[in-house]
Ligand binder design. Structure first.
Ligand SMILES: C[S@@+](CC[C@H](N)C(=O)[O-])C[C@H]1O[C@@H](n2cnc3c(N)ncnc32)[C@H](O)[C@@H]1O
Length: 342
């Protein structure tokens, strides 16, 4: 266990030793939040709350993550700061009146945001295949996904946030069975229609949340999360869920944006996060017991797009669930996507 000097400990205790800041710590134990959301829950002005957050951050009790025009805060994953917060929270009655009101308010705010995102997906279900094609050369990404997963055959593939089922139609031919889940019923209707062909009789799509699925532990040898994480409040929960679902040696493949500053995507397309760095992905994997594998990066397209649509690079990250002893995964053999589709 890490230790710190007594003076630093006193600073940490001072930082936590104030009602608003203690309430912040309790709220962040439920997942990362933006300063605006914290201000809404606690009924305080943002400048006032920012001062509290500065205190907590410099004491190492919370981590600050600027992302475009927003700033998110979360509890550190480990270290003295985290140990201290955990010890404090263990001694507080989280069911007590004051904190319960904060948690209820937090759930209301989250529910309102999810409703907004859900409405966006319902509206855009039909156009989604067109929207996603705007951001990057889709054919290249899909060829790389196929190259990365290899030929299988896989026992069971799970596609989290399957949308219109595009990934399933690409990779299900290499699996004995495949499931896609999505929160949007309208997306699922389109996915069902896209996967109605006889050759997809081993594929099912159903309603479900990527952060909490109904599948059994160790039930998939490939989990794919394609362009979903940036919509989630807590992307790491989907990575943890993927790890739970993966069999030993199973492969996780995540496709998502690299960090970018296209702020309008929050407003127009319900993006919660403006991309993720490799470090974020590595951190989530470490926390979920996965070993990071090869990453591929696709730089932003510079032609054919309107000015405000250009500028997003896409990463394909991989990780695998290792058995002990830990063996890093090797890059997969090159496979031509045309061969696979033949
Ligand atoms: C951008 S689309 C990507 C769809 C698909 N993976 C693809 O690349 O074509 C994002 C999808 O994630 C779904 N989604 C968002 N949050 C989700 C969650 N918590 N659990 C499951 N699906 C979710 C949305 O309904 C939407 O269909």
């Amino acid at each position: 266990m890490d230790k710190i000097y007594i003076d630093n400990m006193v600073d940490c205790l001072r930082a936590a030793g104030e009602t608003t800041r203690a309430r912040v710590l309790a709220l962040l134990s439920r997942g990362e939040l933006s300063v605006g959301e914290l201000a809404q829950v606690l009924g305080q002005s943002q400048p006032r709350l920012s001062r509290h957050m500065k205190f907590l951050t410099s004491a190492g009790l919370v981590e600050r993550m600027p992302e475009g025009a927003w700033v998110f805060y979360k509890l550190p994953r480990k270290g003295v700061g985290r140990d201290l917060v955990d010890s404090i929270l263990k001694l507080i009655d989280l069911e007590g009146d004051g904190l319960q009101r904060d948690f209820v308010r937090l759930e209301e705010i989250r529910a309102a945001r999810q409703k907004e995102a859900g409405e966006f997906f319902e509206r855009s279900a039909k156009e989604w295949d067109a929207i996603r094609a705007l951001h990057y050369p889709e054919a290249d990404i899909e060829a790389a996904v196929l190259d990365e997963i290899g030929q299988g055959p896989f026992e069971h593939i799970i596609d989290m946030g399957t949308g219109t089922g595009r990934m399933l139609s690409l990779i299900a031919p290499f699996a004995k069975s495949a499931d896609g889940i999505d929160l949007s019923h309208q997306m699922l209707t389109i996915a069902r229609s896209n996967l109605s062909d006889e050759k997809f009789s081993h594929v099912d799509v159903r309603h479900g949340d990527a952060t909490q699925t109904a599948f059994n532990n160790n039930s998939a040898d490939l989990v794919i999360i394609h362009q979903v994480l940036h919509f989630l409040d807590e992307p790491e929960r989907a990575i943890q869920e993927a790890s739970r679902l993966l069999m030993p040696n199973g492969l996780l493949l995540v496709v998502d944006f690299a960090p970018h500053d296209l702020e309008y995507l929050r407003r127009d397309q319900a993006h919660r996060h403006l991309g993720f760095s490799d470090d974020y992905f590595a951190d989530w994997c470490e926390g979920a017991g996965l070993i990071v594998g090869p990453t591929r990066r696709f730089d932003a397209p510079t032609t054919t797009l309107k000015q405000e649509q250009a500028g997003i690079a896409v990463n394909i990250w991989t990780a695998n669930k290792s058995t002990s002893p830990i063996v890093p995964i090797m890059p997969t053999e090159h496979l031509d996507s045309k061969e696979l589709n033949a």
